[in-house]
Design a protein around this ligand. Structure first.
Ligand SMILES: NC(=O)c1ccc[n+]([C@@H]2O[C@H](COP(=O)([O-])OP(=O)(O)OC[C@H]3O[C@@H](n4cnc5c(N)ncnc54)[C@H](O)[C@@H]3O)[C@@H](O)[C@H]2O)c1
Ligand SMILES: O=C(O)[C@H]1O[C@H](OP(=O)(O)OP(=O)(O)OC[C@H]2O[C@@H](n3ccc(=O)[nH]c3=O)[C@H](O)[C@@H]2O)[C@H](O)[C@@H](O)[C@@H]1O
Length: 389
């Protein structure tokens, strides 16, 4: 239940806020709205082109928070209401973006427009109207690690100095322009630089968030069920789709890339601390990830296969994975980050935050959700003769 006696990390009372959340209808936005509604007295102006993932928070009108959340169906590319909504709020959180790797090399113009050009008015309106901004960037701004360029057998590859990603130290290392994969990271980097410059030159109060593979329920879509059949979502949804359909999981280029995965609910706690502790969060760039949950993509596939078998009661596939090339899977221009370990020094120092959930536990709760939400629909879709609708 919302409590009015909330205090920040320094013991000061937190006054109820009005938050303009752009991209509120997406994966992260839906979890943020859910927690804000159930645990705080804050109001949310929720902007998005879709609202399916927050429908349960908007209807029916009898919900206890119905006077604290308002949905505005707005495409920020062209809508004159944007500035007015930012002006009405104390804080703007911008989540809107194209952020699925399958789009970066196949729709590079849309990717660059979405992640840079479309974010410009948001930054400008916040700056001109003295409004605080929390902007969602990405861990992809780091690109590849320095260690990726060392010989495969170099002992330096084991030295954290060559792979741990630090907000105030690590360089941003992208591939050549023809590797259009980096269109997203490059656009995100430029908007980070612009926000930073607005802070330095015009006093914009900002916080930049760099998420490291946040995963959980409602992430992306299951192709052919609640998204296009030919669509390629991020890896959690790709592998969930394979498991639900009892198809082998596709490992791109051998599944050797490494990632650290964090449970969405742990990550949302960090964003909450940023929202409610402006004095500690303003002017900062924060890695938000779980350095303890590192796996190769192959290990992720193996673990998801085991966990899914446990939560669904179905035996694991005899051939659980199949290798595909990145050209077959994503098309030309794909490239990959080799390894992503977030340094936690800054977020620890400023907000005292640490992630809690192990990879096994987060996969267990997420795959339980995937099974409960999609298994029946997939069975029906598979049973339907081809060509019928
Ligand atoms: N999920 C992660 O682990 C992760 C990792 C790194 C970065 N991020 C960043 O966090 C943000 C949110 O990610 P997510 O995983 O929730 O993605 P998402 O795709 O689920 O959510 C983005 C939302 O923005 C909306 N949107 C996009 N363009 C819009 C426009 N022009 N006008 C209005 N709404 C628009 C979409 O409809 C969608 O609902 C993005 O900026 C993304 O780059 C996420
Ligand atoms: O989540 C993040 O922190 C960031 O990383 C993601 O990028 P990436 O981790 O490369 O995207 P995923 O689709 O989650 O893929 C992870 C890895 O799995 C591989 N993969 C993906 C799908 C699949 O079916 N098989 C497979 O082997 C990819 O090649 C990649 O190596 C996206 O760019 C963003 O959402 C975000 O900015």
């Amino acid at each position: 239940m919302a409590s009015s006696a909330r205090v920040d990390l320094d013991g000061n009372p937190i006054k109820p806020l009005t938050i303009c959340m752009i991209g509120a209808g997406g994966f992260i936005g839906s979890h943020l709205c859910e927690k804000i509604m159930s645990e705080t007295p804050h109001k949310v102006l929720a902007l998005d082109v879709y609202n399916d993932k927050i429908k349960h928070l908007l209807e029916p009108d009898s919900l206890p928070w119905s006077d604290r959340i308002q949905f505005h169906r707005i495409n920020i590319k062209h809508d004159s209401r944007l500035e007015g909504l930012i002006k009405m709020a104390d804080l703007t959180i911008n989540l809107a973006a194209i952020c699925t790797p399958a789009d970066y090399n196949t729709r590079p113009l849309d990717t660059i427009y979405s992640n840079f050009i479309d974010a410009l008015p948001v930054v400008k309106y916040c700056s001109e109207n003295n409004k605080r901004l929390i902007h969602f960037s990405t861990c992809e701004v780091y690109g590849k690690t320095i260690g990726a360029f060392l010989p495969k057998d170099s002992p330096l590859r084991q030295d954290p100095e060559y792979y741990v990603l630090k907000e105030d130290v690590s360089p941003c290392i992208f591939g050549p322009i023809e590797k259009q994969r980096w269109s997203y990271a490059c656009a995100k980097q430029l908007i980070e630089r612009l926000i930073y410059a607005e802070g330095a030159e015009n006093g914009l109060e900002f916080t930049i968030v760099r998420p490291f593979n946040w995963i959980g329920p409602r992430m992306d879509f299951i192709p052919g069920i609640d998204g296009p059949s030919e669509g390629v979502p991020r890896v959690l949804a790709c592998f969930s789709n394979n498991l639900l359909r009892r198809e082998p999981l596709k490992l791109v280029d051998g599944g050797e890339s490494q990632r650290t995965f964090i449970y969405i609910k742990d990550a949302i706690e960090a964003v909450f601390l940023m929202i409610e502790n402006p004095a500690r969060a303003n002017g900062q760039i924060f890695n938000v990830g779980n350095p303890n949950n590192e796996v190769t993509v192959r290990q992720l596939a193996e673990m998801m296969t085991e966990v899914y078998s446990k939560v669904s009661g179905e035996p694991p596939l005899e051939v659980p994975t199949v290798d595909v090339t990145s050209k077959e899977f994503y098309g030309v221009g794909y490239d990959d980050s080799d390894k992503r370990i977030p340094d936690m020094t800054i977020i620890n120092r400023q907000l005292g935050w640490n992630p809690k959930t192990s990879l096994w536990d987060l996969l267990e709760s997420t795959l339980t959700y995937q099974h409960r939400t999609y298994a029946e629909a997939i069975k029906k879709a598979i049973a339907k003769p081809a060509g019928t609708s």
